[in-house]
Each structure stands twice: as structure tokens, then as C-alpha cells.
Design a protein. Structure first.
Length: 199
């Protein structure tokens, strides 16, 4: 589906396409990385909200990001999947084909981010952003690699570091799986629900 080779390095973003998610940051960071490496590919896995009445859900935003990719000269190295059905196997296929996930949220990563939880459950090394609040389970360089929001240069440097250092990717992947088991599994959800009800 991606038309990439076995030696290509695939970076995925999972989630809705709208301003607070940091799409511009990941596109500009990818531009920096791809100017030095030709065997990289970016997948933007998700669709856009259709809420033209809201500032954060401007209908023109996805189009503006597509134009940005074209202007940066990276359009042929970027796959936009668009919306998919809730029971589609496509997200799973794209995630399994990816090497790392970049979630450059403008507000920082939170355990309540469904994209973060889903990506962790696949054991992908995750790059995310540090916001005003960092919840205790998220540990820099153990289960997530943290950057500052809206810093394409910093995100690009981190992506390159993970491309070049598979042992760090392995550690982050193992940490992400453990985080998913500890915080996002059904067993833990049931345990926490019972604890809340019995208090």
C-alpha cells in the first residue's frame, strides 16, 4: 500500500488532522529528515473533523497541510490515508508497517490520548511532546521519547537519532508495550473500575 522497500524507514502519525495535533510540526520535521535521507516515508493515518464552525476544526486545515507538503517538496514521500471505518483493518496494517510513531501534539501527550494508547499497544517506539503536565507513567526515553511542542528541528533530530539507534527504538517499543499493559489493557480497566466503585 505504501509502495516502500524493505530498507525504507516509515514514520507514522495516528489521529485526527486538525491544528492542535501538530501536523505542521511533523511535516516540517519530516522535510528536514528527508532532505538528508531518501529512504524515509511519512504516513498520516486519520481523517479530519468536518466542523467549519469551530476555529480548531477549520475545514480548510487539511487542504492547507496538503499544500504545505507540496510546497516543502515532500508530497511524494507522504501518504494521507483519510478517514477509515471503525472496523477497518487498514489502521492495523499501517501501524504494523511503521518503524516509529510521531505524535507532536501542541499541548503535550496525555494518557487520555486514544492515539497514544493505540500506538503503545502495537509496541511502536513513540515520539511525543511534553506539555505543561507530564503524567507519571510517561517516562522519557523509557516508554516515550519527549520533545518540546512546535519545534520541528528538535523533532527532526529525534527522528534521526531513532533511525540511527535501533537499540533505543527497541527499548522504547518494549516500554510502550509495558505501558499499554499497565494502563490500557481490559484487565487494568476492569480493576480500576472496580476500585472506583468500591471506594
Amino acid at each position: 500500500m505504501l509502495k516502500v522497500g524493505p530498507d525504507d524507514f516509515v514514520i507514522v502519525y495516528l489521529g485526527r488532522i486538525y491544528p492542535p495535533k501538530g501536523i505542521e510540526t511533523v511535516l516540517r520535521a519530516f522535510h528536514i529528515v528527508s532532505s538528508k535521507r531518501k529512504n524515509v516515508h511519512l504516513v498520516l493515518l486519520g481523517g479530519a473533523h468536518d466542523r467549519p464552525d469551530s476555529e480548531h476544526f477549520r475545514a480548510s486545515y487539511p487542504g492547507a497541510m496538503t499544500q504545505l507538503a507540496m510546497g516543502l517538496g515532500i508530497a511524494k514521500m507522504v501518504t494521507w490515508t483519510g478517514e477509515f471505518d471503525w472496523d477497518s483493518e487498514l489502521p492495523s496494517l499501517y501501524l504494523r508497517a511503521s518503524d516509529i510513531c510521531a505524535l507532536p501534539y501542541n499541548y503535550g501527550v496525555l494518557l487520555s490520548n486514544s492515539s497514544f494508547a493505540m500506538t503503545a499497544s502495537y509496541g511502536l517506539p513513540i515520539i511525543a511532546t511534553r506539555g505543561g503536565i507530564l503524567e507519571t507513567p510517561c517516562v522519557h526515553e523509557k516508554n516515550v521519547y519527549l520533545c518540546m511542542p512546535k519545534k520541528p528541528d528538535e523533532l527532526a533530530m529525534t527522528i534521526e537519532a531513532l533511525i540511527d539507534q535501533p537499540h533505543i527504538r527497541k527499548r522504547l517499543a518494549e516500554g510502550a508495550l509495558q505501558l499499554a499493559q499497565d494502563w490500557f489493557s481490559w484487565d487494568r480497566a476492569i480493576e480500576r473500575t472496580i476500585e472506583a466503585v468500591t471506594l
